[in-house]
Structure formats: C-alpha cells, structure tokens
Design a protein around this ligand. Structure first.
Ligand code: FMN
Ligand code: SF4
Length: 488
C-alpha cells in the first residue's frame, strides 16, 4: 500500500516536470500566433512580455538590452507611496492562490513604522498540477528580481529572500546566477543604481514539503524552525519573518510589477475584465493533447477555449468528464461549465475558483473517486500534523477512499462496521469529516483539501455509489465464507 502511494506522488511531480519542459514549445510565440488566431476567428490574441518569446535568455545583458530594469530606474525616481498607489490602482491580485490584492498588501507593510522589514518571493510551487512559476524563473529570472526590488523599495525593506522548492535544481542555479549578475551591475546591494536605497536577496531552498508554501510555515522554515503554519492574525505585514513586517508575493505576481510601473495602472486595467485585470499564466495538464503553460487575458476566454483551443482538446478524442480549474484544492466543474469565462469572479460564480491557475482536465475514462483518493494520499502525507481536524481527517478520508476503490480483503473486514460499507453511511461519513476539516482546520491546506472531495460527491455520486455496491457484495461474500468456515 505505501509503495503504491509513493509511486503516485512521483507521477504527479514527474508530470509537472514534463509539462514545464513541454511548456517552452507550447507558449504562444510570434511564430505560432497565427495558428491560434486561425483557431479562434474573431478573438484577438496578444503577445505580452511575461513569458519571453525568444529562446529563453537569462543573462542580464539581454534583459537590459530589451529594456529590463528600466522599471526599477523609474521606480527609484518615484516616492514609495506613488508606487504603492500605482500597484493598488492596477487592481493586481496575487497569483499564488489566495487572491489577495497586491497593492493593499504593500500598503499595509509600508504603514508599519518598525524597522527591519522583509520582502519574500514565494517560489515553492508545490500545488499538484501547477508549473507556471518555473517557466518564469527559468526563462525570465531578472523580471522576478526586478519586481521584488521595486516592492522592497516601496515598503522600505533592505533584505529579501527567494524561497524556492528544492526539486527545482536548474531554476535555483539560474536564479543564483541572475542574482550574482544583478549584484555585479549595482542592481542589488548598497546604493542601488546610485540611489540611497540598499537591498539584497538570499536564496533559500525548500526540502520538498507542500506546506512550506503556506506563508507563515515558509517564514518558520527560513528561520530554521519546523515548517508549521502559525495563527493569523497577526498577518505577515504586521508580524512576519523574524516577527518583522513582511510582504510575501508569488513569482508570477512579482513578474507583473515591472510592466505596471513602466506602463501604468490604466494600461494594466485595459487587459482582462472588471475584478480580474491583466493576463494570467495557466498550466493546463491531465487528459489534454497539448499540456503546457499558456498566457491569456483574464475573463476573455472560456474554459472550453483553453481546453479545446490552446491545449488542443482531449487525448484520443475521448469525451471530457470534469475539470479542476485552479489546482487540486479547488472544486470540480462538470463539462456543462465549459462556457464559463476564466477569471476570478466567473469561476467563483460557477462554484469553483481560479486558485493557482492550474487547470486539471479529466476525460471520461478517469475514475473520479480514484483521483480524489490520490489527492488525499498526497494531502495526508503533506499535512504538517499540527492540528487534529487535518491530521486525522486527511488520514481517515484517504483510508476510506482506498477501501471503496480497492477490492475488500479479509484484513479489511475488521475496519468495516457490521453490515458492510452500505450500512456504514459511507458518503455521509466522508462528508462529515470533510466539513469538519473545512470548518476547523488551522490553515489553507486542511480548509481547501476537502473541496475536490465534496464537489465530486455532489457531481459524481453515482461513481461512489457503484463502488460501494461492489464492495458490499465482496463484503457479504467474505462474511458468508467466514460463517461456513466457522461451522466446519
Ligand atoms: C498549503 C499551502 C501551500 C501554498 N503554496 C504556495 C506556493 O507554493 N506558492 C505561492 O506563491 N503561494 C502559496 N500559497 C499561498 C501563500 O500562503 C501566500 O498566500 C502567497 O505566497 C502570497 O502571494 P500572492 O499574494 O502574490 O499570491 C500556499 C498556501 C497554502 C495554504
Ligand atoms: S490544516 Fe493541516 S497543514 Fe494546516 S496546520 Fe493544520 S495539520 Fe498543518
């Protein structure tokens, strides 16, 4: 049993790597943009600068030749308040999953009078199916660094950290080289570009725990403590890393900043739709022909456009069954939701959320209970164990999902209450545990993990019922056999 779980987790990670690499070929480029335009008559495709469209080039010289660090120069000539109000006016929402307005976060930290503030870039990217930050780190590291320096200047921080997942070995090397180049060009360090502002960035490598992506756990990890989430409030902007006011932003959030400073809030708001301005990177994976990272304007495309247009539809021309539109911690949407626009509000209205922008696609051959079981294998291993609802809840749900998705054997009989799975009110029990987790878990992991389970019970209850029926028959067979043996 344990071995099987491990293999499934490796598959998830393997899948991310494959897609990150494949993404390089599938991003909309000047060369292939006509192909996408033909595919979408009447829809305009734009090329933005979030993802570089030439061959990946990470050197500072090339970055600067293309105007890199001119946003920083402009920012250093502005007052911190002006930068913050530009970012606030842009309506930029954090891209790390929690969807918090970036300008507001910066303003909270700016207003803190305490000295020794920190600015942290969250590059942990542990959510299954999410691999968009890796593309930015690998192909445009200076853009992320530039966004970070501007943010640090705005809030008044002189020390920053990039916390990057340890498995991203290549990205770590790329980022470290980019930081060296920035130091050598007086873009990092003392008196940046001749100004009175000094700031430097240190790289911290994660050891492979999903929970470290949660901001307060991440701070503890940097501090050398066990990475368990803290209680909020106080929020990081008041008391974060080393209990100092701290801003933490996702890689993609930061990559937006130089564009906003150079082109202005009004320009940014001309992209996307009300409540969801700008473009967004989507990592599309699962049963699609062309998995990869795609950048589109928020709210201008539907889920169907992304799945059937950009990702080329379902492999083997099978039918679509379900979609998780924002990663493994969001609610399932069914195939009748393909017309839903991909933006924060529309996805919420449809009953799910945009999450990290990881669109997981499931075709008709995929078993939803087995998929949810695999998610819970992941969650129960990644739960930090700090609070009971999540520590016990993830474990119990994982066990229960194994029981109904695998044939009953004699060992399992002792776990099944008299009468078998049918008498156990299986679905109600799963729902109860999931709701308790949602209500009582301490952090986002335990609060959001039940979402795929609860929504799958709502939309695919027939699959659960069929499995329970099957297990009931096996159970009754064993009970009968045991009776016969005891009489013999
Ligand atoms: C279990 C868990 C894992 C998370 N992992 C990440 C992550 O890998 N990267 C990330 O940017 N945010 C992650 N977050 C969200 C962060 O706590 C935080 O909200 C985010 O870094 C803030 O950046 P943003 O405002 O730019 O989105 C995670 C949250 C939870 C609860
Ligand atoms: S919800 Fe889970 S991951 Fe979060 S603190 Fe509780 S046990 Fe840890």
């Amino acid at each position: 049993m344990k071995k099987e779980v491990k293999e499934k987790r490796i598959l998830l990670k393997y899948c991310s790597n494959i897609n990150a690499k494949a993404a390089e070929e599938r991003i909309i480029t000047p060369e292939n943009i006509d192909y996408f335009r033909t595919k979408y008559p009447g829809r305009e495709f734009h090329l933005y600068q979030w993802i570089p469209f030439d061959a990946p080039n990470t050197s500072i010289n090339t970055y600067m030749e293309k105007g890199g660090y001119s946003a920083l120069k402009k920012a250093l000539s502005m007052k911190p308040e002006e930068i913050i109000s530009e970012v606030k006016d842009s309506g930029l929402i954090g891209r790390g999953g929690a969807a918090f307005p970036t300008g507001l976060k910066w303003e909270f930290a700016f207003k803190q009078t305490e000295k020794g503030k920190y600015f942290v870039c969250n590059a942990d990217e542990g959510e299954p199916g999410t691999f968009k930050d890796k593309v930015l780190l690998d192909q445009d590291p200076h853009k992320v660094i530039e966004g970070m320096i501007i943010g640090a200047y705005a809030i008044g921080s002189s020390k920053g950290y990039i916390y990057i997942r340890g498995e991203y070995q290549d990205s770590i090397k790329i980022i470290e080289k980019a930081l060296e180049e920035a130091r050598a060009s007086n873009i990092l360090g003392s008196n940046i570009l001749g100004s009175s502002f000094s700031f430097d960035i240190e790289v911290k490598k994660g050891a492979g725990a999903y929970i470290v992506g949660e901001e307060t756990a991440l701070f503890r990890s940097i501090e050398g403590r066990r990475a368990v989430p803290g209680v909020k409030p106080p929020f990081p902007t008041v008391s974060g890393l080393y209990r100092k006011p701290t801003v933490i932003n996702n890689v993609e959030t930061l990559a937006n900043i130089p564009h906003i400073i150079l082109n202005g809030a009004k320009w940014f708001r001309s992209l996307g739709v009300e409540g969801s301005f700008g473009t967004k990177l989507f990592s599309i994976s699962g049963s699609v022909k062309n998995p990869g990272v795609y950048e589109v304007e928020l709210g201008k495309y539907t889920l169907g456009d992304l799945i059937y247009g950009l990702a080329d539809g379902i492999e083997g021309n099978r039918k679509l069954k379900a979609v998780l539109p924002g990663g493994a911690s969001t609610c399932f949407l069914t195939k009748d939701k393909l017309d839903v626009r991909v933006d924060y509000r529309s996805l919420r209205k449809a009953g799910s959320s945009l999450g990290t922008g990881a669109i997981l696609v499931f075709d008709e051959t995929v078993s939803i209970p087995e998929t949810v079981r695999d998610f819970f294998d992941f969650y129960q291993e990644e739960s930090c164990g700090n609070c009971v609802p999540c520590r016990i809840g993830t474990k119990r749900i994982s066990e229960m999902l194994h029981w109904i998705t695998e044939p009953v054997d004699l060992d399992q009989l002792k776990y099944l209450s008299p009468g078998g799975p049918k008498k156990m009110a299986y679905i109600e029990k799963l729902r109860d545990i999931a709701m308790t987790m949602k209500d009582a878990a301490k952090c986002g992991l335990g609060q959001a993990a039940p979402d795929p389970l609860l929504s799958s019970i709502e939309f695919f209850k027939n699959e659960y019922d069929a499995l329970i029926e099957k297990r009931q028959k096996e159970y009754e067979y064993f009970i009968e056999k045991a009776k016969i043996l005891s009489k013999a």
